[in-house]
Design a protein around this ligand. Structure first.
Ligand code: NAD
Ligand code: MG
Length: 388
């Protein structure tokens, strides 16, 4: 019996993880499930999986969670400290499936118990890559990538020597707006951005896919996870979303990971690692798939990629600025305060304003302070844009 905990259990990644775990009832014992306001889902899954504890991130959601779990033996708790406490409960495998920078602190707490952390929460590595990696090392914890591109790279690297890696190519679908003219992009609505042509994901990451901020975060994530030079990382647009990433070696070989867009593959690989086991994903029919097409990204349409390169070059806490400014800009777009193209403008301005003002040392505190500073700056800039 492996003990598993799922952070962000009610989200898209969390639900896909639960789907895999529920198919093998004899193999797993569920320790903690965590979620946000969707306590109905959280309680239903906690009951179905007989979890030890269910935790909501929101204190005011606790009474409803308690009520829904009344009569069961499942413990309940709420708030940030409760999330950290849940992360410390002994588990053999923990899914980091919270969205945004909020995933960092529970992730760090999980690493402290020397467990295996399946990292869907890319923001942790973007905000505080050095800290996450150091914490994993210090406690003998294992970090496994769950982002489909990073899982693809990880799989292409099995048995290889990192010294033979020349380049890593991440593919991007281009999201909802890949064929829209630039003029139309300026007026794109959150609802339009939140509909992805190939992947079924949470709202925030889907909008980030349309702006390519998701790919921008993934560049930084790949740099941190695989310890690559920024110059070794490339992005190509691949509208079919069947090739997830490619690794180029010094003998010219290019190893591609190909499969249908279903996150249960990458989650399942991390769940079963280092083995491979049968997974309930469609098998790709290459003939039915037909042509696979690729094109270069256009940085005038996708300034997020240029900003990611600046962040990778700057290093240190610039990733925390990038992540928090992007989160704040995304909130402003979702609330209708700024337009779709304004998100990159906000993030770029925040990077400019904070450059040279960041602490040199990366600790949990400096990351939190830097993120708070970046958020304030981003909100102020978004306010100016909204007023104009
Ligand atoms: P989602 O919005 O569907 O779910 C997010 C989960 O996090 C929910 O359970 C929510 O309750 C919880 N949450 C949100 N804010 C929180 C907070 N402040 N504190 C505690 N919990 C909070 O998101 P998702 O699409 O499942 O994405 C989760 C993570 O996985 C993100 O980092 C995303 O970038 C990454 N990811 C997702 C996919 C995908 O297919 N959905 C693919 C690759 C990577
Ligand atoms: Mg991805």
């Amino acid at each position: 019996m492996r003990r598993v905990t799922i952070f962000g259990a009610t989200g898209s990644i969390g639900q896909a993880t639960i789907d895999l775990i529920a198919r093998r009832p004899g193999d797993f014992r569920v320790v903690a499930l965590t979620g946000g306001r969707n306590v109905a889902q959280l309680a239903e899954d906690a009951r179905a999986l007989n979890a030890e504890i269910a935790v909501t991130a929101h204190d005011d959601a606790l009474p409803e969670l308690r009520e829904r779990l009344a009569g069961s033996r499942i413990e309940t708790a709420a708030g940030e400290a409760a999330l950290v406490e849940a992360a410390a409960r002994p588990a053999d495998w923990i899914m980091s499936g919270i969205v945004g920078a909020a995933g960092l602190v529970p992730g760090l707490a999980a690493l402290k118990q020397g467990t295996t952390l399946a990292l869907a929460n890319k923001e942790s590595l973007v905000c505080a890559g050095a800290l996450v990696l150091a914490e994993a090392k210090a406690h003998g914890a294992t970090l496994l990538p769950v982002d489909s591109e990073h899982s693809a790279v990880f799989q292409a690297l099995v048995g290889e020597d990192m010294g033979a890696v020349e380049r890593v190519i991440l593919t991007a679908s281009g999201g909802a707006f890949r064929d829209w003219p630039l003029e139309k992009l300026a007026r794109a609505t959150p609802a339009e951005a939140a509909s992805h042509p190939n992947w079924d994901m949470g709202t925030r990451i889907t909008i980030d896919s349309a702006s390519l901020f998701n790919k921008a975060l993934e560049l930084v994530e790949a740099r941190e996870f695989f310890d690559l030079d920024p110059g070794q990382l490339e992005v190509v647009l691949h509208p079919e979303s069947l090739v997830h990433a490619l690794v180029g070696f010094n003998d010219g070989a290019l190893m591609a990971h190909v499969g249908p867009p279903d996150m249960r593959h990458a989650i399942g690989y991390a769940l079963n690692w280092p083995e491979r086991r049968d997974l309930p994903v469609d098998r790709l029919d290459l003939v039915a798939a037909g042509a696979l097409t690729f094109r270069g990204p256009d940085e005038t349409r996708h300034p997020a990629l240029r900003l990611a390169r600046e962040v990778m070059e700057a290093g240190g806490l610039s990733g925390a600025v990038f992540c928090a400014a992007k989160d704040a800009a995304l909130d402003a777009f979702i609330d209708g305060r700024i337009g779709f193209l304004d998100m990159a403008r906000v993030v770029e301005d925040v990077l400019d304003r904070t450059a040279g003002r960041l602490p040199g040392e990366m600790t949990q505190e400096t990351v939190a302070d830097t993120a708070a500073l970046a958020r304030r700056e981003a909100d102020a800039i978004a306010g100016t844009i909204a007023a104009a």
